[in-house]
Design a protein around this ligand. Sequence first.
Ligand code: CUA
Length: 341
Amino acid sequence: MAALQGAQDGGTFFPPQATEAAAEHDSVFFLIFWISAFFFALINVAAVYFAIRYRRRAKGEPVEKSPSHNTKIELVWTIIPTLIVCYLFWIGMTGYVDRRTAPAGAYTVYVTGQKWSWSFAYPEGFVSNELHAPVGRAVKLVIGSTDVLHSVYIPAFRVKMDAVPGRYTEAWFESNRPGTYNLFCAEYCGQQHSMMGASVVIHADRAGFDEWVKEQTDLGDLTPVELGALLYTRKGCNTCHTLDGARLVGPSFKDLYGSPREFEGGGTAIADEAYLREAIMEPTARVTKDYSPTMPDFKNGPIKIEASELVGFIEFIKSLSADGAAEQAQAPGEAPEQEQE
Ligand code: CUA
C-alpha cells in the first residue's frame, strides 16, 4: 500500500525511523488508521444512503416496512469487528511489552533531567550532555529528575518516558540507523522547557563509539580553561549562559570576569575569582539584579562539582573577558602556547 510504503521513512506523519521499533510502531499506527478510515467511510456512506432511501415522502404515503431482525448480518457485524479489535489488542499489547522490557545485557545509561538540561552518566564513569550509542546495540535508559517532572522524548526512536523526581523510570532503544537525532523534554517544566533538549548520536560502528568514549574519559592533559570549556556543555551550563553576550536565563559568561555586579535586594561586587566561586557553588546566595534564582545549588544540591572542575569553570570564564585573558597570558611559568594535536 502506498501509505504504508511511505511509512518506511516516517512518511507525512512521523520523523525518520531510526529503530526497528519505530517501524513496528508506525505500521501499527497506520493499520489502525486505515481500519478506522475504512469504517468511517463505510458507516457514513451507509448513513447517507439510508437517510435518502428511507426519507419521508409525500403526505399520506404509507411507511415502508423495514425488517426488524437479520441474524446473519448481526453475526457478521459482531464477529468481524471482535476479531479485528482482538488482533489490534494483541499487536498493541505485545508491542507495549517489548518496548517496556529492555533486553538482558543492554548498555545502561543513567539519564538525569534538571531544569533545563539533560545529563547522561555512562558505565565507563563519565557524564555527558549528549546521548551516544553504536548502531545495533540495545541501550537501556534509567531516567530520573533532580527537581520537577520532565520527559525523555526521542521521536526518531518512538521513545518517550517521564523523568519523575524521587524515582527511576526506564526506556530502551536499539538504533539501526547511524545519525544525530533530537531528544526533547516533553513535559512542561518551566520557563526554558522548550530549550531543554539534547543530541542523540548513533555511531556507525563500535570503533567510532569506543573512540568517543575514550575522548570523554581522557581528561588528564586538559588545561583548566579547556576543562572548563568541556564542562560548560557537558554540565549543561550552555542552556542558560551564552558565550557571546546574549542574555538567556542567566548572565552571559562573556566579559563577566572583572565586571561590576549588582544584586537583587542591594549590594555590589566585582566579579573576581571569589565571587565566581560563590556564584557557581551557591548561586542563590546573591542573585544578579534582574535575574531569577533558578540555578541549581552545587554546594547543597544533589549534583556536586569537584575542586578541579570549579577551577576549570572559573578559568574558562576568565578566558572569556579581556581582563581575565590578559591575566592568564601573564601567568608565571606558563609555557608559551604551542601548536599541538
Ligand atoms: Cu524539562 Cu520540560
